[in-house]
Design a binder for this molecule. Structure first.
Ligand code: NAD
Length: 259
């Protein structure tokens, strides 16, 4: 009999596309997917990061990797990006909408450009990229979609109003996608990390008072390890093991939202 890990958790034979995977959490998820047997498309807007990550993953895991460079803020190009990606790797089974940006300032100072930059990177791009992949998933008999949420799907903190609005939107989008597309055997779930030390949180952690504020609120008293604490959950959500989980948000936050 096959062991449970290879039967239900393995991503062998699957192809995954991860947006914003040149660095940070996206890179960690792509690395863990490859370690679980998937071939991965590293999609980012920063070419050097995407190329370095794709090479590192191919060298360390032996899986196939592809680099795709495309700016998610160029909304009118998203359908073509997705077509290009499908012809680049032949077929796609898993999509992770991970790319993100942050603007940290009091709401009264936020410009309309900043508002749309954050909303469009998280919310509009997640909608448009998934919408463009769904016909391919329908044709192939199903697919797995993972949207990156956050603690801010659940609660607000000051100075990141567009981010909070977009992450709460991700919750609505995830549930709406589930109710429309689950009949096609498409699973759409949100993975919501607690705090991770990446470029996105660098400015916050450079401020000792803010860092202390964050650390005091994590019952486990530590930040998330992006590969172990987020990558393993992403593997679960991308694998057969989670076939009956749909429209859910799953927090990996060291207990923050329980406290
Ligand atoms: N770091 C945290 O503590 C944390 C916590 C909860 C949720 N998240 C979420 O995790 C995701 C990844 O964040 P991260 O911390 O790894 O950030 P990061 O800044 O390290 O990485 C974000 C990646 O997205 C790419 N990207 C940004 N705009 C893009 C665009 N227009 N087109 C294509 N690619 C683009 C960047 O180039 C970068 O590679 C985001 O959705 C973020 O909201 C992060």
């Amino acid at each position: 009999m096959q062991d449970v890990f290879s039967e239900f958790f393995s991503l062998k034979g699957k192809t995954a596309v991860i947006t914003g995977s040149g660095r940070g959490i996206g890179k960690a998820i792509a690395t863990m997917f490859a370690r679980a047997g998937a071939d991965v498309v590293i999609w980012d807007v920063i070419k050097e990061n995407a190329e370095a990550t794709a090479k590192e993953i191919a060298d360390t895991t032996g899986q196939k990797t592809w680099v795709y460079i495309g700016d998610l803020l160029q909304q009118e190009k998203i359908k073509d990006y997705v077509k290009d990606i499908i012809s680049l790797c032949g077929k796609v089974d898993i999509l992770v909408n991970n790319a993100g940006v942050q603007v940290r300032k009091p709401a009264l100072e936020i410009t309309i450009e900043e508002w749309y930059r954050v909303l469009n990177t998280h919310l509009t791009a997640t909608f448009l990229v998934t919408q463009a992949f769904v016909p391919h998933f329908i044709q192939r008999g199903g697919g797995k979609v993972i949207n990156l949420g956050s603690l801010n799907c659940f609660m607000a903190v000051p100075d990141i109003m567009p981010y909070v609005a977009s992450k709460m939107g991700i919750l609505g989008l995830t549930r709406s996608m589930c109710v429309e597309w689950s009949k096609y055997n498409i699973n759409v779930n949100a993975l919501a990390p607690g705090f991770v030390a990446t470029e996105l949180t660098k400015k916050l952690f450079e401020n000792p008072e803010k860092k202390e504020w964050v650390m005091k609120r994590i019952p486990m008293g530590r930040l998330a390890d992006p590969e172990k604490d987020l990558g393993c959950l992403a593997i679960f959500l991308a694998s057969k093991a989670s076939d009956y989980i749909n429209g859910q948000i799953i927090y990996s936050d060291g207990g923050w939202t329980a406290a």
